[in-house]
Design a protein around this ligand. Structure first.
Ligand SMILES: Nc1nc2c(ncn2[C@@H]2O[C@H](COP(=O)(O)OP(=O)(O)OP(=O)(O)O)[C@@H](O)[C@H]2O)c(=O)[nH]1
Ligand SMILES: [Mg+2]
Length: 336
């Protein structure tokens, strides 16, 4: 499962600065709006101490961590949905992202241009929310038209789809996010932006965040991080927070125990994933050909100092396809 994160915000607020901190890529950062036009895409390894310990135990040469993909796109302005600024075409670049990070300018330095004259975090957050909503309404409008023309056939699924579409449409029109509907198939098909989980990154110092803003964020139940991007060197907490929001956990595979590859690898799955589906994350074939999984918690494996030792002690469990994979499981799959 690919975890991808899209970075949005007004122009010139620090999106590319954040992207550079995360990915260590050299990207164009400049004190004028719309410095970024084509999206920047970068991959970041998910830091995991457990992985390093397993590499040591198996003396593996190669370690393959789970990765997160970041998309840094052009700035959004009021009216972007109807073509203002650079238009909204670039919003399509983040449609298959699983999380949206919104960078909000809180720092006050006057020499940095603000598209609306002066920073006003609440106004700016609302502007972006409106633009995301308007983009979704455009998508929804098209989909509703199509569904309504198909509804004449009386297909029950289409009738239900229409019901859901109308419900989310009115939510978005009220200015609400529709994260509660994110699991609905029709919502997933439309890849709606307001259905995605969001993290607000307040770009500034603690003293730039006033009481009014804090209250607003609390009332809107926002997930937020405060970070002055000119002083921050590492923002890995953004990745751990994304894992939490998406309910992700990791399991590990050891190459020498499976296909003979000299590598230790981490895989991200959603909490509650069963062994067979987890096998499918490694290779689609494995899901169909799944026989069983041999499993041990990573810590126990380190303590027993090796797979064979753990096996002798009877610590390796045999689990079937219905087993719910736990965070930190080391898994050896047996497939046909
Ligand atoms: N003082 C200060 N300046 C910042 C901070 N973060 C970014 N900047 C400056 O703001 C300007 C814009 O930064 P970018 O990262 O290019 O902003 P962006 O959001 O990618 O801008 P666009 O691509 O034009 O939409 C640059 O001159 C940065 O150096 C900050 O925390 N404090
Ligand atoms: Mg930029």
């Amino acid at each position: 499962m690919k975890l991808s994160i899209g970075i949005v915000g007004l122009p010139n607020v620090g999106k590319s600065t954040l992207f550079k901190i995360l990915t260590k890529q050299q990207v164009h950062i400049a004190n004028y709006p719309f410095a970024t036009i084509d999206p920047n895409v970068g991959v970041v390894s998910v830091p995991d101490e457990r992985l390093e310990k397993l590499v040591k135990l198996f003396a593996s040469k190669k370690v393959i961590p789970a990765v997160v993909e970041f998309y840094d796109i052009a700035g959004l302005v009021k009216g972007a949905y109807k073509g203002e600024g650079l238009g909204n075409q670039f919003l399509t670049h983040i449609r298959d992202c699983r999380i949206i990070v919104q960078v909000v300018r809180c720092f006050k330095q006057n020499d940095i241009v603000h598209i609306e004259g002066t920073p006003d975090p609440i106004r700016d957050i609302e502007t972006i929310k409106t633009e995301l909503g308007l983009k979704d309404l455009e998508t929804i409008g098209r989909r509703l038209e199509k569904a309504e023309s198909q509804a004449k056939s009386g297909d029950k699924k289409i009738v239900k789809d229409i019901e859901i579409i109308k419900k989310i449409k009115s939510e978005i029109e009220k200015g609400e996010f529709i994260t509660d509907f994110a699991k609905e198939q029709i919502v997933q098909e439309m890849q709606l932006l307001t259905a995605k989980k969001q993290i607000i990154l307040l770009n500034g110092d603690e003293e730039d965040i006033d009481e009014k803003l804090k209250k607003y964020l609390t009332e809107s139940k926002a997930n937020y991080i405060v970070a002055d991007l000119t002083k921050t060197e590492n923002l890995l907490k953004l990745i751990s927070q994304s894992y939490e929001l998406l309910n992700l956990i990791s399991f590990f595979t050891i190459g020498v125990l499976t296909d003979g590859e000299d590598e230790v690898r981490a895989w991200a799955i959603e909490k509650g994933t069963k062994a067979r589906e987890a096998a499918g994350v490694i290779h689609t074939d494995f899901e169909h050909k799944f026989i069983r999984a041999e499993i041990i918690n990573w810590q126990k494996l380190i303590e027993t100092e090796g797979w064979n030792q753990a096996k002798h002690k009877g610590l390796i469990r045999i689990e079937g396809k219905e087993y719910v994979v736990q965070d930190g499981d080391v898994m050896v799959l047996k497939h046909g």
